[in-house]
Structures are given as structure tokens and as C-alpha cells.
Design a protein around this ligand. Structure first.
Ligand code: HEC
Ligand code: HEC
Length: 340
């Protein structure tokens, strides 16, 4: 099997010391499209990825030093927040949307359920400063980091400059996020002809291709478009989705098609976390779709599945679980934070 990342070693000499920089090449899995992220303006290195991971797990980035990115994005839930329907942030504040899993972000042209942010390097400003997420100000984060000998040394190792800036902070976070590539599910082994589906999974795959693949397109299991999949509106949250970004009524109740990779781990489901189980999701597509004027054309024809079809479809969705991703020690809590 081909590894997506390999490493070359480049040695730099600076005036004061030797610095070892290990450049990391991002390798696209076979038969996948090219990523949209521009790696040229943020070249991956081992040091910056590791720094990004430490920042991702460090609550120092929040106003009260208690909430980290990982408080909401847990590696064991494929970076979703499995025990909360809606985001749970600083001072126990509850947000308005479900925390999505984080994976294959290098391919994603827009972020958030409504696609409101289209640049990964700018993305992190939102959770860092959002009053219901980490509630901090960018200047204050940069000054906290600049007062820390631990971070001064880590930024020096990464950038050969110990002055910490907002841009370096954001780019380092992106470096870690970009390494979260999930491409080792059973589905992938089957596509590489190293394994085969059971009869049930194989039937589920046919049902998937007939009803779901148009939006949840292989191999990333999303076509990154915005669609209305017919969920009844939650009148408390009143979330108009994509409309909030474009102010165009044809975008009312459209949400970004989420990936289905690791769907076994990223419950609860949908932008508001309304469904706890996959069986509830399948029930929605089979008999719960509400006919809005903006309902996606591909869902206007009724989907009719037998009880066996539903079970087989779930069996197929389980083949998208990637244990090497969810249990990858490189994505977990970094031990440097314990000794800092
Ligand atoms: C309080 C919980 C919370 C914290 C803390 C948090 N996030 Fe999130 N994250 C969310 C929610 C909720 C969304 C979806 C937001 C939306 O669609 O409006 C999200 C979305 C994202 C996305 C977009 C995923 C996609 O597919 O569109 C990325 C990337 C991300 N978060 C990274 C981070 C990083 C990096 C940090 C730390 C700097 C962080 N998050 C901190 C709750 C959180
Ligand atoms: C017209 C496009 C479209 C089709 C067809 C479609 N979906 Fe979806 N799917 C979406 C959108 C959009 C969302 C997010 C909706 C939201 O949160 O409001 C979604 C969400 C989901 C989720 C929740 C994912 C998460 O992380 O919360 C699952 C599971 C899912 N779909 C499975 C399926 C299955 C199985 C089929 C086929 C029976 C299917 N979808 C067909 C557009 C589609």
C-alpha cells in the first residue's frame, strides 16, 4: 500500500545554530482528485505539523484557558463531538450547529455547514474568537503565545524566528488539519482489490450508488455542493443554511453535503445533530423527506427501500470506517503538552 506522506530531510544552517527541517510531501491517494489547498504557500514540514497538533490540543488558545479545538473535535470520534447534538463551548455555552468530523480538508473548497469560509488558513479565526466556542481575541492569543518560552522555542524550530504572529499560528494549525487524511477504510481496500465486500455490503453499495452517490460522491463521499435534503425545519434554531451566506432565497435550507467517511464515529448526524443513529437517517431518506421549493431535484423522486435494503445500506456505510485514522497516534494528544 502506498503511504500518502513521505519525508525528506533538509538541513539548514542559521547564524546561531543548526536547525533540522524535515519537509513533508502530501501524496494524493490513488484515483483521488487533486486537492484544492495550495500547499506552495504553506509547505508542510514535520516541525510545523507537530506544532499545529500541539496548538490544536492546547486550551491556552481560549479566553479562559480551558477549551481547546480538541474539546469539540475528538480524534476518537473522527474529530466530531459524539456526545453533543449542538456545539458545547466556553462557559458551557451551547451553539447552534453540530460539530462535523474533520478529515480530507485539503480537498474541501468551503468550510462550515453553510460554506461561509472558503480558506482553511483563515478558518481557525472563527472558532478562536467565536463567543460560544473559544471566545478569545486574536491579539490576545498571539501575546499569550509570545510570553511562553515553550511556544517561543517551538516556533523558532519551525520558522527559524521566535516572534509569533497570527499568520504563523493559523498556518501551523492548517498544517495539522491537512494531515488528517482518511483513506484506509475497508471500502478503500476493496477499491484497491486487496479485500472484497460481503454479499450484504455489496448489495448496500448498489443501493448507495443508485440513491446517494449523486451527492455523497466517491471517493470523498461528497461532491462539496450545497443541497436541501428535505429535513423538516427546526423552528427553534431557524437555520436557513447557505442562505445566510448568499442571501439568495434559492439557497434557503441548503447545507454542505457532508462526507460519509467514518460516519460510524461522527454521530449525531445532520447540521443540528438531530439523528443519533444511522437507521434514523435512512428512515428520513426513505419516508421523512419534506417537499420544499428548494428540495434537491435528485430527492424529488421517492426512495423506496425494503427492510433488508436498509440494513444492507448501513452495512455498506460501515465499510467507510477507517480505524487507522481514528486510532492514529500521530493525531492524538501530544505528550509535549504534559511536560510543558
Ligand atoms: C465549541 C466547539 C468547537 C471548538 C472549540 C472548535 N470547533 Fe471547529 N467546529 C465546531 C462547529 C460547531 C463547527 C461547524 C460550524 C458551522 O458549520 O457553523 C466546526 C467546524 C470546523 C471546521 C470545518 C469543517 C467542515 O467540514 O466544514 C474546521 C476545519 C474546524 N471546525 C476546526 C477547528 C479548529 C482548528 C479549532 C480550534 C482552533 C476548532 N475547530 C474549535 C465546533 C468547535
Ligand atoms: C441531494 C443530495 C443528497 C442525496 C441524494 C443524499 N444526501 Fe445525505 N446529505 C445531504 C446533505 C445536504 C446533508 C446535510 C444536511 C443537513 O445537515 O442539513 C446530508 C447528510 C447525510 C448524513 C449525515 C452526515 C453527517 O455527518 O451528519 C448521512 C448519514 C447521509 N446524508 C446519508 C445519505 C444516504 C445513505 C443517502 C442515500 C439514501 C443520502 N444521504 C442521499 C445530501 C444528500
Amino acid at each position: 500500500m502506498k503511504k500518502y506522506i513521505f519525508i525528506t530531510v533538509i538541513i539548514f544552517i542559521t547564524l546561531t545554530s543548526w536547525v533540522l527541517i524535515e519537509e513533508v510531501y502530501f501524496i494524493v491517494p490513488e484515483n483521488w482528485p487533486q486537492p484544492v489547498y495550495d500547499f506552495k504557500q504553506n509547505k508542510l514540514t514535520k516541525e510545523k505539523i507537530e506544532l499545529g497538533r500541539i496548538l490544536f490540543y492546547d486550551p491556552i488558545l481560549s479566553k479562559n484557558n480551558k477549551i481547546s479545538c480538541a474539546s469539540c473535535h475528538s480524534s476518537f470520534g473522527a474529530f466530531a463531538h459524539v456526545d453533543h447534538a449542538l456545539s458545547h463551548g466556553i462557559y458551557d455555552s451551547i451553539g447552534t450547529r453540530n460539530v462535523p468530523g474533520l478529515m480530507n480538508l485539503a480537498w474541501q473548497p468551503a468550510f462550515r455547514w453553510d460554506g461561509g469560509i472558503d480558506n482553511l488558513d483563515e478558518f481557525s479565526i472563527m472558532p478562536l474568537t467565536h463567543p460560544k466556542e473559544m471566545g478569545e481575541q486574536m491579539n490576545s492569543i498571539v501575546s499569550k503565545l509570545n510570553q511562553s518560552a515553550f511556544y517561543k522555542s517551538l516556533f523558532f524550530q519551525s520558522y527559524q524566528d521566535s516572534v509569533i504572529s497570527k499568520e504563523k499560528l493559523l498556518k501551523s494549525l492548517s498544517q495539522f488539519l491537512l494531515t488528517l487524511v482518511s483513506y484506509n477504510a475497508k471500502y478503500d481496500s476493496v477499491m484497491r482489490k486487496q479485500a472484497s465486500f460481503t454479499k450484504q455490503e455489496s448489495n448496500g453499495y448498489q443501493i448507495f450508488k443508485a440513491n446517494c452517490n449523486v451527492c455523497h460522491q466517491e471517493p470523498l463521499f461528497t461532491n462539496f455542493s450545497f443541497q436541501n435534503n428535505g429535513l423538516p425545519m427546526d423552528s427553534t434554531l431557524n437555520d436557513y443554511g447557505r442562505f445566510l451566506v448568499t442571501q439568495n432565497t434559492v439557497d434557503s435550507f441548503l447545507f454542505k453535503v457532508p462526507t460519509l467517511r467514518n460516519i460510524e464515529y461522527t454521530f449525531p448526524y445532520m447540521h443540528d445533530g438531530r439523528f443519533k443513529k444511522l437507521s434514523e437517517v435512512i428512515k428520513h431518506y426513505n419516508s421523512g423527506i419534506i417537499s420544499y421549493s428548494t428540495l434537491s431535484s435528485s430527492l424529488q423522486k421517492k426512495i423506496s427501500l425494503t427492510t433488508n435494503d436498509k440494513i444492507d445500506l448501513i452495512a455498506f456505510l460501515m465499510t467507510l470506517s477507517d480505524r487507522t485514522f481514528v486510532f492514529n497516534p500521530d493525531f492524538q494528544f501530544p505528550k509535549q503538552l504534559l511536560t510543558n
